[in-house]
Design a protein around this ligand. Structure first.
Ligand code: 4NP
Length: 166
């Protein structure tokens, strides 16, 4: 199972989702072989580590983002990943515009897996205050648990890519 998280810059939301989901899945679904990665739709920060505020907020909850580096979504990602989860609608639309037709059913909003949050988009924290980074973590932790539950139930991934495909 290969899952890609996507935001705009790949220095705040999607690297947080990558690290939080990796840790959550290791705890909740230890038997599942997973590839987890993140990327941005824009290239402003390619090669950079996650934003300092993002790293510090994540570290306070026990997630280490220091080894991650920003990259842009590549055409191959649409072949490689079983599920491509956007942080907001703008990035989902960008992905829909770049994806081949047969990949579109694998594109979703990450917060679909956190219905109890009442939100569908992880707000961009980049130009906001410190509290924005805590809010991003709260939403992502909820969605990471929800995604684990959906994977366990076989509900997250289209049948064509699921564990029983082919
Ligand atoms: P991200 O946040 O998409 O969550 O990584 C942003 C990072 C950088 C910029 C915007 C959003 N930027 O404009 O440079």
């Amino acid at each position: 199972m290969k899952i890609l998280f996507v935001c705009l810059g790949n220095i705040c939301r999607s690297p947080t989702a990558e690290a939080v989901f990796r840790a959550t899945a290791a705890r909740e679904l230890p038997e599942l072989a997973l590839t987890v990665d993140s990327a941005g739709t824009a290239g402003f920060h390619v090669g950079e580590p996650p934003d300092r505020r993002t790293r510090e907020a994540a570290a306070r909850r026990g997630y280490d983002l220091s080894g991650l580096r920003a990259r842009v979504v590549a055409p191959r990602d649409f072949e490689t990943f079983d599920l491509i989860l956007a942080m907001d609608r703008q990035n989902l639309r960008t992905l829909e515009g770049r994806a081949p037709a047969d990949a579109r059913e694998r594109l979703r909003l990450f917060l679909e897996f956190a219905p109890q949050s009442g939100m569908l988009e992880v707000p961009d924290p980049y130009y906001g205050g410190e509290n924005g980074f805590e809010h991003v973590l709260d939403l992502i932790e909820q969605a990471a648990l929800g995604l684990c539950a959906a994977l366990r139930a076989g509900e997250a991934v289209p049948q064509t890519r699921g564990p029983h495909a082919g």
